[in-house]
Design a protein around this ligand. Structure first.
Ligand code: UVW
Length: 330
C-alpha cells in the first residue's frame, strides 16, 4: 500500500516497494554476501562493541542510563536445587536500548512532512509510515511506545551480514573534534585506498569509544564534545555521496555519527541532518558507539580495508533501537 502522494526530496521511498521496511539493506544480496565472505582469509574475529555499561562518567548522568541487572522473581540467584548439585542463576535487565553500542532503526528518527500535499504536515517515517498509525507512542508517555512498522526487529530479520569497509578518520585527522565533509572524506578514502560498492556497510573509525573506555568514570561532557571526528552533515554533497554510494548501513565509533546542535541560533533545518537523510529518507540504519579500534589497527597493519561484518540487533518487536554486539571476520 502506497502511504504518500509526495515523497521528500532526496528520498528513495517506494524504490524498494511500497511496503518496504528495510531500505538500503535490500542491497545486501546473496551475491554481495558472498563477496563479503570472500574477505575472510585469516579466520580472525574482532568484537565490535564496548561493554554495555559503558560509557561511564558524565555520560551515565545523561538521559540514557546504563543497564541494571536484577534477580528474577524465580529467586534463582546462586540457588542450589534441593536434592541436586545443580546451581541456577537467573536475571533480568532494565536496558536503555540506545545507551551503548547500538543500531538505530528507521522508527528512531522521523520528520514532519506533508505526505499528501494537503498543506498539513504529519509526523512520519521512512517510506511514509506514520506516527499514531504505524509507530505508536506520545511525548507524555501516556501511549506506550511500539513500532508496529519499521521496528528494530525488521532489521534483525535481515541478519545484517555483509561486507564492512573501514575508513580510518582518526588516522587522517587525529583525535580532536573535526567535522569531516564530502571533500575531506573522498580525499581520505583515496589516500587509504578505500572503495565502497553498493551494499557495503561503511564503518568510520574515529577512536572515540577507545577514549571513552580509557576515561572510565572520568569521562566528561567536554571530552566527548571535543574529541574525535564526526561527519559534517550540513554538507549536502556528503549526503548526496551517501545516496550515490549505495552503502547499506553506516556505523561509527562516535556518539551520533554526525555533528549536531540543539541551539536554534546555530542550526537551521534538521537538528540531525544525517539521521534525517539516512533513517528518514534513504532507509540506511545508523550504528553508533561501536568499538572499531582493534579491527582498524589490524586492517591498517595488513593493508586491508574490507571484512565480513555480522551485526544483527536484538529481535525485539516494537523497539526503535537495539544494542548490538557485532563481529568482524578477516
Ligand atoms: C543522538 O543522541 C544525538 O543520537 P541518537 O539518538 O541516534 O543516539
Amino acid at each position: 500500500m502506497k502511504r504518500w502522494t509526495r515523497r521528500p526530496e532526496g528520498s528513495n521511498w517506494g524504490d524498494f516497494g511500497d511496503d518496504d521496511q528495510i531500505g538500503r539493506l535490500n542491497l545486501i544480496t546473496a551475491e554481495r554476501r558472498l563477496a563479503a565472505v570472500a574477505e575472510v582469509r585469516e579466520g580472525i574475529a574482532f568484537p565490535l562493541s564496548i561493554p554495555l555499561d559503558f560509557p561511564k562518567g558524565e555520560y551515565a548522568a545523561g538521559p540514557r542510563k546504563p543497564p541494571q541487572l536484577s534477580s528474577t522473581p524465580l529467586g534463582h540467584n546462586q540457588q542450589v536445587l534441593p536434592g541436586f548439585p545443580d546451581v541456577v542463576c537467573d536475571d533480568y535487565a532494565v536496558l536503555y536500548l540506545q545507551y551503548s553500542t547500538q543500531w538505530d532503526s528507521f522508527a528512531h528518527s522521523g520528520s514532519l512532512f506533508d505526505l499528501d500535499g494537503t498543506g498539513e504536515p504529519v509526523v512520519c517515517y521512512y517510506n511514509g509510515f506514520r506516527a499514531d498509525v504505524d509507530i505508536l507512542g506520545d511525548p507524555s508517555g501516556s501511549v506506550p511506545p511500539h513500532a508496529d512498522a519499521l521496528g528494530i526487529e525488521t532489521i534483525a530479520q535481515t541478519s545484517v551480514q555483509g561486507r564492512g569497509v573501514m575508513v580510518d578518520l582518526a588516522r587522517a585527522v587525529g583525535h580532536d573534534r573535526v567535522e569531516v565533509g564530502y571533500e575531506q572524506l573522498v580525499e581520505i578514502m583515496e589516500q587509504q585506498d578505500v572503495t565502497v560498492e553498493p551494499g557495503d556497510i561503511l564503518c568510520l573509525h574515529t577512536g572515540l569509544t577507545k577514549i571513552m573506555l580509557e576515561a572510565g568514570e572520568n569521562l566528561t561532557q567536554e571530552l566527548m564534545a571535543t574529541s574525535c571526528a564526526v561527519l559534517d552533515s550540513r554538507d549536502d554533497r556528503l549526503l548526496q555521496w551517501i545516496t550515490d554510494s549505495g552503502v547499506s548501513a553506516i556505523a561509527a565509533d562516535n556518539h551520533a555519527v554526525e555533528s549536531f546542535s540543539l541551539d536554534p541560533g546555530q542550526a537551521s533545518g534538521n537538528v540531525l541532518p544525517l539521521h534525517a537523510h539516512c533513517l528518514f529518507k534513504q532507509g540506511i540504519p545508523l550504528g553508533e558507539l561501536w568499538y572499531l579500534n582493534d579491527l582498524n589497527q589490524w586492517l591498517r597493519e595488513h593493508g586491508r580495508t574490507r571484512f565480513l561484518l555480522t551485526a544483527p540487533p536484538l529481535r525485539l518487536p516494537g523497539a526503535v533501537g537495539s544494542p548490538v554486539s557485532g563481529v568482524a571476520t578477516v
